[in-house]
Design a protein around this ligand. Structure first.
Ligand code: AHR
Length: 496
């Protein structure tokens, strides 16, 4: 088929699966920070909350995002968090100074509230240990409280607090960003390896089923070399973090490609370390990622625009394309603090970044399929001004359309996620290799808001979601992707 050079061609080969897409890439993160927990997911006494103090409107919106795993309680907050302050009758729980972000924590939301929230949300829990001011004994107590069926002290305390059965928390992180001078009790990489080794061995003695997450940095720092080398064989997942963003449009929408570099570098470090030790390599937990550049401090109440939504859509394409290595990813964060969902005492609103997460999470199928894009390019842009010193220009040029695809295990369905970063409509031909479309394709497209009229909160921008169907022709589907848009295509397929 001859087509104009201006057309984008997206070739998808379901017979070349990249890997199984772990639903945990649709994970989230809530920290005791600003109004994320208190006044966000949890608002005691509000008419909008249920009997447990959970905001029902927030919970509903997060359920729609199909949050599969929920990281808690920090973040920087955790490095001075003493979990035992947050259990038992609320009137006996001590308020404590909060060192990471300032102020105090009342401890009214603690482990049992968090685990109830996970159950209500249908998300798997993922708890981060305090490796700042916390001790190994405290960490062991926390695991015992959550997971032990024995007649021992902390398991008995759990029963006394009304939870007869162990919770069975699987994911535990060995500290948060322990490399950073902003982290209470930060360590050198060598110190961290020594400490994390002691913790990992002891925790496994108590709970052999625990999945331990080692604390990496970005995936391209020296810390990562030392820690992957030191911890391969002791951890199941290796955590890295990334934030991007810039008021410069092209820098903002292209910077997420730095995550693709980080995954490549981390994968080779993990692969090399594991090969040396003759163990299975840990996989990557991208357990903090987002656009964040406007609000460096305070309550981090970032107000997002549509360029940010395109960046977020691209991140999720990247995690899909790299699902052979990325086993978990946690949007940081979920409510009020750098978040898709914003509350006021009276109402709730979603920011533009909510939509790409919603559409990705709802459409994703079991296997990521090899996807190859050719078409108009964005020439490598000089990296623009940014809060973050990522350089991505050398990774370009980038196709205007960024794409990823998943197929169902039975090869009966395909889902394609297409980000048009361009300033014009892009004619795009989606072609299936070895299979063909078996019926009309459902298209859901998000673009910038057309009016400010329907904003529940005047200062929170919205976005526009349109649904249509499109008739494919054999293995081909021709689409006109609107300027600056994100589109999800879902269609039945059959062998050609
Ligand atoms: O998500 C906000 C903060 O960013 C987290 O507390 C910390 O881990 C990271 O630096």
């Amino acid at each position: 088929m001859s087509e104009s050079a201006a057309t984008t061609h997206v070739a998808i080969n379901p017979d070349r699966p990249v890997g199984k897409l772990d639903r945990h890439v649709f994970g989230g993160f809530v920290e005791h920070l600003g109004r994320c927990v208190y006044g966000g997911i949890y608002d005691e006494g509000s008419a909008l909350s249920d009997d447990h103090g959970f905001r029902r409107d927030v919970l509903e919106l997060l359920r729609d995002l199909r949050v599969s795993v929920l990281r808690w309680p920090g973040g920087n907050f955790v490095s001075n968090y003493h979990w035992a302050d947050g259990i038992g009758p609320r009137e006996h729980r001590p308020p404590r100074p909060e060192l990471a972000w300032g102020g105090a924590d009342t401890n009214r939301f603690g482990t049992d509230e968090y685990l109830r929230y996970c159950a209500e949300l249908g998300a798997e829990p993922f708890i981060c240990f305090n490796m700042g001011t916390g001790t190994l004994a405290e960490a062991l107590g926390w695991v015992e409280y959550c997971n032990s069926a024995a007649d021992t002290h902390w398991a008995d305390q759990r029963r006394a607090n009304g939870h007869a059965e162990p919770y069975g928390v699987r994911y535990w992180a060995l500290g948060n960003e322990m490399y950073g001078e902003w982290q209470i009790g930060a360590l050198s990489a060598e110190e961290y390896v020594a400490e994390a080794t002691r913790w990992a061995r002891a925790i496994r003695m108590l709970d052999p089923a625990a999945k331990l997450v080692g604390c990496g940095q970005t995936g391209w720092h020296d810390w990562d070399r030392t820690v992957t080398e030191g911890l391969a064989g002791l951890i199941d997942l290796y955590s890295i973090h990334i934030y991007t963003g810039s008021g410069d449009y092209w820098t903002n929408v292209l910077q997420p490609h730095q995550a693709e570099r980080a995954i490549r570098h981390t994968a080779s470090m993990l692969g090399r370390a594991a090969y040396g030790r003759q163990v299975t390599p840990p996989r990557i937990a991208y357990d903090e990622w987002n656009v964040w550049y406007r609000e460096p401090g305070g309550a981090l109440e970032e107000r997002y625009d549509f360029a940010d939504a395109l960046a977020v859509a691209t991140y999720l394409n990247i995690f899909t394309r790299n699902c052979d290595w990325v086993a978990m990813a946690n949007l940081a964060q979920l409510v009020n603090a750098i978040a898709p969902v914003v509350t006021s005492p009276e109402t709730v609103a979603v920011q533009p970044i909510y939509y790409p997460v919603l559409l990705h999470a709802q459409a994703a199928l079991e296997l990521a399929a090899d996807t190859y894009v050719t078409g108009p390019l964005v020439e490598a842009q000089p990296d623009g001004p940014s809060r973050w010193d990522h350089r991505v220009a050398d990774l370009g040029p980038f196709t205007l359309i960024d794409a990823a695809a998943t197929v169902s295990e039975d090869r009966g369905k395909v889902a394609v996620t297409l980000v048009n970063r361009g300033e014009d409509t892009q004619r795009t031909r989606v072609e299936l290799l070895g299979v063909e479309f078996a019926g009309p394709a459902l298209l859901r497209t998000v673009t910038d808001e057309r009016t400010t009229e329907h904003r529940p909160l005047p200062e929170v921008r919205s976005a526009t979601l349109d649904e249509t169907t499109e008739k494919p022709n054999g293995a081909n589907l021709i689409l006109d992707l609107p300027a600056r848009s994100f589109t999800v295509v879902e269609a039945p397929i059959r062998s050609a």
